[in-house]
Structures are given as C-alpha cells and as structure tokens.
Design a protein. Structure first.
Length: 274
C-alpha cells in the first residue's frame, strides 16, 4: 500500500508560499480544513491533494471572489463560478476600473497643479473662475488660531454636511478688518466645493463670481510675514499701472498640515486687479 504523504502546517505554508496565519484564517472560515489534527499536540497536517484546492482558492481571490463566495462554491460542490457569477464579477470589475481611472486622473491633475505651483513665476496674472465655496466667518484672537479653527471646527462640519471638494483643492481666507490688526482678526475661510449645500450655523454656501484678472504672488514662509508680501504685491500693482479691484485672497498650498518647517510653507496671494 502506498503511504500517504502529509505535511506539517509550516512545511505546507513554505511549499505553497502562503503564511501560516492565512492557513489558520482559511480554517476558521471553514474553507480549508487540515487533513489531520493531532489531538494531543494540536499540530495541523495537510495532504498533497489539498495543494490544488489551496491554489484554486487563491486564484478565485485574485479574480475578486471573497472567501465567503468561495466557500459557497465548495458547499454547492460546483467549485467553479457560474456564467451568471462571472458576469457579475466582470460588471463589478468594470465599475472598479472606472473608479480607479477617475482616481488616477484626479491624482494626475493634482500632481500637475502642484508642479505648476512650485515652478510658477513669483508674479503671474491669472483668471480666477467662478466657484462654489463653503465659507465660515469668525473673529479669531490671532492668525495662529486659524489652523485649529479649520481642523477642529470647520472640517468636521463640512464632513457632517457631506461636502465634496474637487481636487486638487482650493481654500483661501479673506480678511474683513478695515485695517491691519494682529489680534481680533475678522476672517472668512472659504473652501471650494462641488455643489451648493444646506447652510448650517457654522457653514454657509455661496457662489463666487469669476475674477477676470488677478495678480497672483507666491509667498514662502510663515504667515506672520504676509505683510511683507502684501507690501511687495501692492507695489508691483502700482508699478505696472494696475488698480486693485476687489478683496485679496490668501490661498494656502503647503502649510503646517504637511510641512513642519514654516520656512517652507507655500501660499499664494491673489489680488483682483483692473
């Protein structure tokens, strides 16, 4: 009589290039039970015949079938998906592919816009398109309070309201003080969203008209040096024969949320001109 070959769980995992943890998970799911279990030691043994079943399970997983779906196939003794099940998996895969392509295109747009922002000249004249924003206006004690205001109050409320922000993302602030003040800053935070939403006590939605012409100036460094850049920007506007035609925006590109060194923070001052 030919002696049957059985393998310890470690040997089986090595030969099949699958972790012991995965084999135990398959066992817990009732999908691939050990051929033998030593009642005294608890050691698990697998047979050569189980190699093909394990390979079939992994092939089905690669095709998008869940372990529960695979278990049902074996419980029905079919072991292979029906035409209907394959058609459904094709439909699911096409939907996932569409989502992934859209995600890739958004990431490409985001990366390209970041590259353009990094390489743009210090000054540029641009058109700012019409946008919908979620806005919040509040008097804050100082500019350092803006960060906590955004991620502790504004961001959670926007998430609660289901706001969707188109990539690469566009957020800016508008100061409403009649004159410069380092404290009690009357500031409005605006972030571009895809559609108008329902106003709340914290967030108001508004449609901002296009700005035909705006001076855009890069500011690198901490926010307390904004006044240096504003002085330079207004001097440039005057030298070029332009006039200010609206409230300036301060657009945030890189900041404390992803750059520890304030000297590397990147913002863009946008001033409507004519």
């Amino acid at each position: 009589m030919r002696k049957r070959t059985i393998l310890k769980i470690g040997e089986f995992s090595q030969m099949m290039q699958v972790t012991v943890k995965t084999l135990r998970h398959y066992e817990q799911k009732g999908l691939l039970m050990p051929d033998e279990v030593d009642e005294w030691t608890g050691y698990r043994y697998y047979s050569i015949d189980q190699m093909q079943k394990l390979q079939d399970i992994r092939d089905l997983q690669r095709l998008g079938f869940s372990l529960d779906e695979i278990k049902e196939l074996y419980e029905d003794d079919s072991h292979t998906p029906s035409i209907r099940q394959l058609t459904e998996k094709i439909r699911e895969t096409e939907a996932q592919l569409k989502t992934l392509i859209a995600r890739r295109n958004q990431l490409l747009d985001w990366r390209n816009s970041r590259k353009e922002m990094k390489t743009m000249e210090k000054y540029s004249i641009q058109t700012l398109p019409e946008i919908i924003v979620a806005s919040h206006r509040e008097i804050i004690p100082n500019f350092e309070a803006l960060g906590p205001l955004c991620y502790e109050k504004i961001a959670p409320e926007m998430q609660r309201l289901g706001c969707k922000c188109p990539p690469p993302g566009y957020c800016f602030t508008i100061e409403h003080n009649k004159e410069y003040t380092p404290t009690n800053v009357d500031i409005e935070y605006c972030e571009q969203v895809e559609e108008m939403g329902q106003d709340s006590a914290i967030i108001q939605f508004k449609r901002l008209p296009a700005i035909p012409k705006a001076l855009c100036m890069k500011h690198v460094g901490p926010y307390e040096r904004f006044y240096d850049s504003f002085i330079e920007a207004f001097r440039y506007i005057e030298e070029q024969g332009y006039k200010v035609a609206g409230q300036p925006r301060t657009c945030y590109i890189d900041g404390a949320w992803n750059q520890d060194d304030p000297e590397k923070w990147l913002s863009v001052i946008q001033i409507p001109i004519e």
